[in-house]
Design a protein around this ligand. Structure first.
Ligand code: SAH
Length: 362
């Protein structure tokens, strides 16, 4: 049994079953044994690969979008350029390089901030950025952002924030909790807590026993806090992630270990645990602050920003093998069978501003 599994079992013995949200938080960010606090999860050798780790083109195009957003907002002075949940720091390194080329004046006037909950990953990010780290500030919480209009991105941040689950029982909807079975193993149980019917998705009335719904107060709260800053100071946000547009019934909690799906209760702290993002809920949170919130598929977003042209320039004069690798990266980032359709990009802007490739129709 892993250290964290033992710790969680002791917690449950002492105080009763824990929520799926608390389990996710412990698995990912437990100070001693959490996945992000102790491991190097991203990349070919890690447990999964994220878009910025697939190719530098991803971060470059996100930088192009944030820069256009800054211009579309009237190029305000003293902007804050922030990334939340930067992982290994690869995307920030790619963004800073691209911005240096696009507009060195913007680069040098912007305060660059990385928002990271894991102290260990902050160190990894510092390392990745090398000399560039000298001009960056690290904070652990959105509340500590410096003053100034905010241009913020976060790739696969929201999927890592905890969800609560509810399960349909003969007695109605009950919070799905994690307890211990008679062999002292972690097991799902129905808790006492119920769910307000107003929070249930369409069709929940007729759901079968055992059906599961997810809600994510921690994600909504995070979006509320970011949106509040954007509404007050101006700026824009871009959040690529995987998920769905319409709230639905279903269990999307998943664990990935060594590039394979794993039982979510099997290896706490040793596997990445995520759940699909409810973009509708995030959009509502942003709109409640008077902002526009739009989504499109990652494929449309990257192709709309010129992924193919960028790939062509990157490949020019390179060997056949290198060009093939660039072609594969394009396919992986934007292809309908890979990340292009499942992944979506959420753009949050002032209601008067539209930043291509989004249009007012989105
Ligand atoms: N953006 C990176 C990493 C995604 S994993 C990439 O695409 O490769 C999620 C990241 O969010 C990790 O860096 C994790 O430590 C961080 N994170 C999780 N919860 C957070 C929170 N509440 N605030 C800031 N960062 C958080």
């Amino acid at each position: 049994m892993s250290e964290l599994k033992r710790k969680i079992a002791r917690l449950i013995e002492a105080a009763g079953p824990i929520s799926v949200a608390d389990y996710m938080s412990l698995c990912l960010l437990d100070p001693e044994h959490g996945y992000y606090t102790t491991r190097e999860p991203f990349g070919e050798k890690g447990d999964f690969i994220t878009a910025p780790e697939v190719s530098q083109m991803f971060g470059e195009l996100v930088a192009v979008w944030l820069y256009s957003a800054w211009k579309a907002c009237g190029a305000p002075a003293n902007p804050v350029l922030a990334e939340i949940g930067p992982g290994r720091g690869t995307m920030m390194a790619d963004m800073l390089r691209a911005l240096e080329r696009l507009d060195p004046a913007f680069q040098s006037s912007a305060k660059v901030v990385l928002i990271e909950a894991s102290a260990r990953l902050s160190k990894v990010q510092r390392n990745t950025l090398g000399q560039g780290a000298e001009n960056c500030t690290w904070i652990a919480d959105v509340g500590d952002l410096p003053e100034g209009p905010l241009f913020i991105t976060g790739n696969e941040l929201f999927d890592a924030l905890p969800v609560r689950q509810y399960v349909k029982t003969a007695q109605g909807w009950r919070e799905r909790m994690i307890g211990l079975d008679d062999k002292e193993q972690l097991a799902f149980v129905a808790g006492a807590g119920s769910l307000e019917t107003s929070l249930l998705p369409e069709g929940a009335d007729n759901a079968r026993e055992g059906a599961i719904v997810e809600i994510a107060p921690a994600r909504t709260a995070m979006m509320q806090r970011i949106a509040e800053v954007l509404a007050r100071r101006g700026g824009a946000g871009l959040f690529p992630d995987y998920g769905y547009e319409k709230p639905a019934i279903g269990d999307t909690l998943q664990a990935l270990r060594d590039h394979e799906y794993d039982d979510v209760l099997a290896h706490p702290g040793e596997a990445d645990i995520t759940a699909h993002v409810d973009f509708h809920a995030l959009k509502q949170a942003a709109k409640s602050h008077g902002l526009s919130a739009r989504t499109m598929s990652q494929g449309d977003f990257l192709l709309g920003l010129g992924l193919l042209e960028r790939a062509g320039r990157l490949g020019a004069g390179r060997s056949h093998g290198e060009q093939e690798a660039i072609r594969e990266a394009v396919e992986r980032l934007a292809g309908p069978e890979t990340m292009g359709e499942l992944f979506r990009v959420l753009a949050v802007t002032p209601s008067t501003v539209t930043v291509p490739p989004f249009t007012s129709a989105h």
